[in-house]
Design a protein around this ligand. Structure first.
Ligand code: PXP
Length: 252
């Protein structure tokens, strides 16, 4: 088994349950309902991204999840004053800082920690003081990981989206290269004492490559799982994903 001989935790991002709800302005499907189901399915955490434009998850969703779900809630958010106040008010188990652009369809890349080092350090200090686990979403670039360590973040979440895109486009040289970057990034982060997570774009196929990297502790997966749930139900989708992770990590 790889890493610290521990099973990789699976966090499920439920944003797109809210996307479906908001498409009609109805009260269903309710993100809380799927979170409670996921609790029974044995996943390790629930992730939601409260975006500035509230295009999927809304404030009340986060409040209900924090209050009513016993799993750790990982709140993805931009490093803005508004989001900081929400996090300090709700005290989720974890916060993952992501870059956010209104016009993007989904998070497009990692944070530029090098450029915003001073601001980000000041931003995360009150969150850490409240014992919120802070992770920083970064690309597999060593300088970004080193900067994350310097600002005192205990966790980095590596962007697996670049690898997944290359894989889906069948660009073997590029995806092999990206996996090798991710491997080096994990080694670097672990050596700096950071816990490493991964996420973005993962599917049954692509997760095998990422879960096989020694040293990753958590994967956060959303769009693919919620999509598969349409066909086979969330229970089956989560079980299959769990199996792929365990097989790749060689801990079945
Ligand atoms: N991790 C981060 C930091 C993200 O921004 C997202 C998307 O919200 C995910 C993981 C999950 O990505 P996906 O929905 O593509 O599985």
């Amino acid at each position: 088994m790889n890493g610290a001989n521990k099973k990789i935790r699976l966090g499920v991002n439920i944003d797109h349950v809210a996307t479906l709800r908001n498409a009609r302005g109805t009260f269903y499907p309710d993100p809380l309902k799927i979170a409670l189901m996921l609790e029974h399915l044995g996943v390790d955490g629930i992730t939601v991204h409260l975006r500035e434009d509230r295009r999927h998850i809304i404030d009340q969703d986060v409040t209900k999840l924090v209050d009513e779900v016993s799993l750790p809630i990982n709140l993805e958010m931009a490093a803005t004053k508004e989001m900081q106040l929400i996090a300090l008010n709700l005290i989720p188990h974890a916060v993952c800082l992501v870059p956010e652009r209104r016009e993007e369809r989904t998070t497009e890349g990692g944070l530029d920690v090098v450029r915003e080092e001073r601001e980000l350090k000041a931003f995360i200090t009150p969150l850490l003081e409240k014992k919120i686990r802070v992770s920083i979403f970064v690309s597999a670039q060593l300088e970004q990981i080193e900067a994350a360590a310097r600002i005192g973040a205990p966790v980095v979440e590596l962007n697996t989206g670049i690898f997944c895109n290359y894989y889906c486009e069948n660009k073997m040289e590029e995806y092999t290269n990206e996996i090798s970057k991710l491997r080096k990034a994990v080694i670097c982060a672990n050596q700096l004492g950071l816990e490493v997570h991964g996420g973005h774009g993962l599917s049954y196929e692509t997760v095998k490559f990422v879960a096989a990297i020694p040293g990753i502790r958590e994967l956060n997966i959303g769009h693919f799982l919620i999509s598969e749930a349409i066909f086979e139900g969330i229970s089956s989708a989560v079980k299959k994903m769990r199996k792929e992770i365990d097989l790749a990590q060689n801990c079945m």
